[in-house]
Write a protein that binds this ligand. Structure first.
Ligand code: FPP
Length: 263
């Protein structure tokens, strides 16, 4: 499946991914959301510090971004740091806060070249200045790009996001600029940090954990879920192709019936 074409007499390795696993004429998901889990376990298995797993996970981000963009995915949302992750040891938090900077410094030219647009959703409060600065720089440099939107969920928490949207609506009702009858699903959707983005079609969580961990609770209402035992640093292009192939074989009904099922 994952052909490695080794060029003889050189150390250059060309990696080629078998895209024929995808179903022709069947759409790829427009929005893929990923809970990147298992970095710590990947490192532990190798007797490395946990942060080595996060660093390796950053390389997976690059691979997955590149392929998703090539396949015509519109949005890739990556859960990089949750509002709950502040509970981790300071040394790990500090390292995680340096990763966007390292990633974006190293790969910004590549992202610009590949027409990828960088975005971020999450609370700016508490994020170190250097992290925000790196993101701001990448957002600015890629703002006119029309390819994949690489959306980092950083200091993101879904319940807090919903609470904020509800508070904003309540304030408008109190002011009299909105009535109770104006409150509907679209209004709440428009008050979330994903405003303007399509809802995720496919959610992937790596490392064998089967939970949402406060990630996009509203937006995932009709999303297809795929869980894999693969640890995030081991996740690769073939893993993404497998996930998309499984997605293409799913029957999305949004609570209704399709085709022959109606008879
Ligand atoms: C969960 O694994 C992972 C995280 C909390 C961080 C995810 C971050 C990355 C993959 C790097 C992000 C890269 C960029 C460019 C921002 P875990 O540590 O909980 O793993 P464990 O469950 O095995 O301990």
């Amino acid at each position: 499946m994952f052909n490695k074409l080794l060029k003889r007499n050189t150390d250059v390795v060309i990696e080629n991914h078998d895209r024929s696993v995808l179903i022709p004429n069947e759409e790829v998901p427009a929005h893929i959301a990923i809970i990147m889990d298992g970095n710590g376990r990947w490192a532990k298995k190798r007797a490395l510090p946990r942060v080595a797993g996060h660093h390796e996970g950053m390389k997976t981000v690059r691979k997955v971004t590149k392929l998703a963009n090539e396949l015509g995915v519109s949005v890739l949302t990556l859960y990089a740091f949750s509002t709950e992750n502040w509970k981790r040891p300071k040394i790990e938090v500090d390292f995680l806060m340096r990763l966007p900077e390292e990633f974006l410094t190293t790969f910004l030219p590549e992202l610009v070249e590949e027409n990828v647009r960088v975005e971020m959703m999450g609370y700016h409060e508490n994020l170190p200045k250097h992290t925000l600065k790196a993101i701001q720089k990448a957002k600015e440099a890629t703002k006119n790009n029309t390819g994949l939107i690489l959306n980092f969920a950083l200091n993101y928490g879904s319940r807090a996001e919903i609470v904020d949207a509800v508070k904003d609506i309540a304030a408008q009702v109190a002011k009299g600029t909105l009535t109770l009858d104006d409150i509907n699903e679209d209004l709440i959707t428009g008050g979330l940090m994903t405003k303007g983005l399509p809802e995720p079609d496919l959610l992937i969580r790596t490392s064998g954990e089967v939970r949402l961990s406060n990630f996009m609770l509203w937006q995932l209402a009709y999303t297809e879920f795929w869980f894999t035992e693969t640890l995030w640093p081991d996740f690769n292009e073939d893993s993404l192709l497998e996930a998309i192939q499984i997605y293409q074989n799913r029957n999305r009904r949004y609570g209704g019936l399709k085709g022959d099922e109606v008879k």
